[in-house]
Design a protein around this ligand. Structure first.
Ligand code: NAG
Ligand code: NAG
Ligand code: NAG
Length: 235
């Protein structure tokens, strides 16, 4: 999902940021210094802020819920209890710009953005079902947090600008995930099953390893997708 968020962000930034061919004038070093603030950079910054504020405005960051409980009891027949306390999901709007530069002379854009931490948290939750007063069908508990650290995207875009328009010369995208910290508890008590280790291993080992092992493919896939989109936009 994060990949998609960044792909969209990058696409919007790219689409609205580069100057239309008609605006382009030949600039030399001297003119470059006299020119007003770099418009491309300002526009990308503006788009990133817009995305961040839209996510917050839609109530998607943070998502907080103090919880709820459902109890159903039919004497001697059924006892049902489900509860969730302190659910929290936060961090996707906190887009940090580590580097953003547009070189008008070489028509080169450098972008380095990251999400420092995306966290998902459940204070406590459980599900309990008992029938006929003695038979526990389910007695499960789930709590803990998963946190994705430093999701980062570094891109370098080179374009050619001529009277016929903008065309993509080259594009390099590097995507990385700093790490995952998982501290989850998931137990099914009536069956004496503890899945906590399995879950934690999946999040803090399998997921980061996947990103590390597929680094090259992920970068390549992002480059292909973004360059197709840019070509369509600039066609
Ligand atoms: C991505 O990583 C490769 C290999 O380390 C490097 O050559 C390239 O310059 C990087 N691209 C960006 C945009 O940082
Ligand atoms: C892919 O991106 C990662 C993370 O930025 C970078 O370290 C790596 O060198 C890149 N690999 C290639 C093949 O571009
Ligand atoms: C994975 O999570 C567990 C539980 O929080 C922790 O003890 C372990 O050190 C973590 N492993 C890695 C590689 O981060």
């Amino acid at each position: 999902m994060k990949l998609q968020v960044f792909a969209v962000l990058f696409l919007i930034a790219g689409a609205s940021a580069l100057p239309a061919a008609s605006e382009v004038v030949v600039v030399d070093e001297f003119q470059n210094q006299l020119a007003p603030k770099n418009q491309v950079v300002d526009q990308i910054r503006w788009v990133i802020e817009l995305i961040s504020n839209t996510i917050k405005g839609l109530g998607l960051d943070p998502v907080e819920w103090e919880g709820s409980e459902l109890n159903i009891e039919i004497p001697f027949l059924l006892k049902f209890n489900a509860f969730l306390e302190n659910f929290r999901y936060a961090g996707i709007s906190n887009i940090q710009i580590n580097n953003l530069q547009y070189d008008r002379f070489f028509n080169k854009l450098d972008l380095d953005v990251s999400l420092p931490e995306v966290v998902f948290e459940v204070g406590d939750s459980g599900l309990y079902i008992n029938v006929l007063a003695f038979f526990d069908i389910l007695d499960a508990e789930f709590r803990g947090s998963v946190s994705l650290k430093s999701i980062r995207l570094v891109a370098e875009v080179n374009v050619d600008i001529s009277i016929i328009g903008i065309s993509l010369r080259s594009l390099s995208i590097n995507f990385s995930l700093g790490g995952v910290e998982s501290d989850l508890t998931f137990k099914i008590n009536n069956l004496n099953l503890d899945f906590s280790g399995l879950f934690n291993n999946f999040f803090n080992e399998t997921v980061p390893n996947f990103f590390e092992e597929n680094e090259e493919n992920i970068n390549k896939s992002l480059e292909i997708v973004v360059s197709i989109i840019l070509r369509i936009i600039w066609a």
